[in-house]
Design a protein around this ligand. Sequence first.
Ligand SMILES: [Cu+2]
Length: 233
Amino acid sequence: MSRRVWISAVLALCLIAGAIWFFKVRDHGAGELKAEHAEDTTPHHGEIYAAAPIQVVVNANTDIQAGSTLSVSNAAGETISLGEVAIDDNKLAMRRDFPVDAADGLYMATYSICVDGGSCDEGSFQFTIDRSLQSTFIDLTGQEKVSIVMKDIVFSPQKIKISPGTEVTWIHDDIAEHFVNTESHPFHTYFPKQNSRSLRQGDSYSVVFDTPGLYPYHCSAHAAVMTGEIIVQ
Ligand SMILES: [Cu+2]
């Protein structure tokens, strides 16, 4: 083969390798380390929240044993997660409270999942709080009850701000079956009280939100497109 063909072949290989690297980094993001037994997290790695999450949650594919850890630090490296790590009764998720008044900025969560037999493996993920995003939320604070209609595979209004203690009612007015599900799909562990049964036309579902923070949610039948967010403050 001529020298020119060789050079072209090497250049083509470099381009392919570069593209694979680019898409891997874009998908997983720099800084994420996924423990062997972790399925996913809330917030997701790289997610930007318009308010503080009420908790950080790690979902696992095996029983999480005592001794497992989860903590969040800010960009200065100070630990800001609160209280103790709580492992869910079914042992498939662990969670830790997060301060509602945490400043805007980047946060790093690190965790260690310990499994039966005593071995533990570690992971990490990052998320950002940017309250300037709240300008896209409809302000419904100061009301005892608010409602959200489910129609044409959309939650409407999609992003709302309410006060602590407000009762939110989802009203189903659509052909398709819908659900109200807390993050993350398909685990629905972030705020389990928000998970509804299957809803059909004429059905409604109500939840009272007491704890300030951000509540991202979705319909598990249309998880990719039918999403909503509630800020309690
Ligand atoms: Cu739906």
